[in-house]
Design a protein around this ligand. Structure first.
Ligand code: FES
Length: 239
C-alpha cells in the first residue's frame, strides 16, 4: 500500500522499499544529484542529494522513505551547502567548461548551474593524471573523474563486466582500469557498453565524435537539469 511523506511541504506518495530519491523522482521533484542513477545500486558518495529529514541531514539516494517524514530540499541553506560541495568538486579536477568537449552535456556543469554556481571560487589543486587513449573507441581523462562510480556500477550491473574500480582513500582515491597493464585497451570494454554512456562529466569520452553536436545545441543547452533529468539516464550521453 502506498504511503505518504512531504518534500518541501508537498505530499508525495511512496511504496515500501523506496528511498527518498525514488519517491522524489517519481513525483517529478528534482533533488540535485551526481552519483545517483536509478538503473544502478545507490552509492551515496557525492552527497549532493543531502536533504533534511525531520531536521536531520540525510543523503536522499540512500535514505529509506518513511511515512509522514518532513523532507526539506529546496532551501537556501541546503543550496548553499551544495554550492560549496560543487565548488570543491570543480577544483579537484580539470573542469574548465569552455575547454571541455562535454560542455552542454555535462551533468556536473548542469547541476552547478541549477545550484547557482557560476564561477569557481577556490584555487585548483588537483594532481595531473595521465590520460588513457589506448582504446580504439574511447578515451579516459582521469582529471575529470568525480569518483561517482557510475561507470564501475554500469560495467558490473548492466554490462556483466568489471572494467573499472575505485581504489584508494580520501585525496588518493582514483578510478582504475582493471587490466594487468591498467590500460583500457587491455580490457573487454566496448563503446556500446552501458558504462561508456554514464559518465556525468567529460572523463569518459567517445573518440571520433568531438563536437558532433555543436555547443549551444546540446542536452542541457535546451533545458535545465531540474526539468530534463540526467543525460546519463538516456541511451546516449553525448549531446
Ligand atoms: Fe546521493 Fe550522490 S546522489 S550521494
Amino acid at each position: 500500500m502506498s504511503k505518504q511523506l512531504y518534500i518541501d511541504g508537498q505530499a508525495v506518495s511512496f511504496e515500501e522499499g523506496q528511498t527518498l530519491m525514488d519517491a522524489a523522482l517519481a513525483a517529478g521533484i528534482y533533488i540535485p544529484h551526481l552519483c545517483h542513477n536509478p538503473e544502478f545500486t545507490p552509492y551515496g558518495n557525492c552527497r549532493l542529494c543531502t536533504v533534511k529529514v525531520n531536521g536531520r541531514y540525510a543523503a536522499a539516494c540512500i535514505t529509506p522513505a518513511q511515512p509522514d517524514a518532513r523532507v526539506e530540499s529546496n532551501t537556501s541553506e541546503l543550496q548553499q551547502q551544495r554550492q560549496l560541495l560543487l565548488q570543491m568538486l570543480f577544483v579537484e579536477g580539470n573542469h574548465q567548461c569552455p575547454a571541455c568537449e562535454k560542455s552542454g552535456a555535462c551533468q556536473l556543469q548542469a547541476v552547478a548551474y541549477y545550484c547557482g554556481m557560476l564561477a569557481p571560487a577556490l584555487s585548483h589543486f588537483y594532481p595531473r593524471l595521465a590520460m588513457d587513449a589506448s582504446h580504439p573507441e574511447m578515451v579516459i581523462d582521469f582529471n575529470r573523474c568525480i569518483l561517482c562510480a557510475l561507470c564501475v556500477r554500469a560495467s558490473e550491473q548492466a554490462d556483466g563486466k568489471q572494467v573499472f574500480s575505485v581504489s584508494g582513500r580520501g585525496g588518493d582515491a582514483r578510478l582504475r582500469v582493471n587490466s594487468a597493464s591498467g590500460k583500457l585497451a587491455d580490457t573487454d570494454f566496448s563503446a556500446a557498453d552501458r558504462a561508456a554512456h554514464v559518465c556525468p562529466t567529460g572523463a569518459i569520452l567517445h573518440k571520433h565524435k568531438g563536437y558532433e553536436v555543436p555547443i549551444g545545441k546540446r542536452f542541457y543547452d535546451q533545458q535545465p537539469v531540474s526539468q530534463v533529468g540526467d543525460v546519463t539516464s538516456r541511451g546516449s550521453d553525448e549531446n
